[in-house]
Design a protein around this ligand. Structure first.
Ligand code: 6GU
Length: 220
């Protein structure tokens, strides 16, 4: 998979993709992440990418031209163009699975007070990572890249994500490791039993119990 991230702040990404699982996925060629500064595409003699809003009001608005030209130059028939914006569809694990099967993602990070509404016309999808406002789409695009990359076949074992929280609309079950007793807190007996049928049943019922308690909305 190739992912192009269109941003005015490529330096914000340094480090994030250079550790752990994402780094390994890049090193193994499973994902290629390309940071594109769309300021490089502006026709403005002073390198401007934004302007004041029609009708007045505070702040600057990202203009169409740099983003349109940048997207035109990199999109192919295989591309999915995604705009990161707080008024987009709320991003969920299901969408992460869907996008992990794509060949090419183009992520557009909005910034400042907003972007020209016509930019939406060149996007296939608009996503938000939750009901709060970030200074820009950069952190949101890091969230997408992380959650999508780990689902690309071969990046982590299928077993490592088949029990993830949110699969089947359930939260993950509780896990424990050694020692058996820590500060008086014991590992549930069933996990020491060696009875895998019983263990599976316990995990399933704990997933359900936890989800009902913490996220009744997922139960719907
Ligand atoms: Cl994608 N962008 C911004 N600016 N704020 C957000 C968001 C995105 N998702 C949640 N809040």
């Amino acid at each position: 998979m190739r992912i192009d991230i269109l941003t005015l702040f490529p330096d914000m990404f340094s480090g994030v993709f250079e550790e752990s699982i994402i780094k390994r996925a890049i090193d193994e060629g499973k994902v290629k992440i390309n940071l594109v500064n769309f300021r490089d595409y502006t026709n403005d003699p002073h390198n401007k990418v934004d302007d004041t809003p029609y009708g007045g009001g505070a702040g600057m608005v990202l203009a169409c031209q740099p983003i349109f030209d940048c997207v035109k130059s990199i999109r192919t028939d295989d591309s999915i163009v995604i705009l990161l914006t707080p008024d987009g569809e709320v991003y969920k694990q299901e969408k992460a699975y869907e996008l992990s099967r794509a060949k090419h993602l183009i992520l557009i990070c909005g910034h400042y007070e907003g972007f020209d509404e016509r930019i939406r016309s060149i996007c296939d999808m608009e996503l938000s990572i939750g009901d709060y406002v970030l200074t820009g789409g950069e952190v949101a695009s890091m969230v997408l890249v992380d959650s999508i990359t780990r689902l690309i076949p071969g990046v982590i074992t299928e077993e490592s994500h088949e029990n993830d929280s949110f699969n089947n609309h359930l939260l993950d079950y509780p896990t424990y490791t050694k020692p058996r007793v820590y500060e008086g807190m014991e590992v549930p007996e069933v996990l020491l039993s060696g009875d895998h049928k019983k263990i599976d049943e316990w995990r399933k019922s704990e997933s359900i119990r936890k989800t009902k308690e913490r996220r009744p909305d997922l139960f719907e």
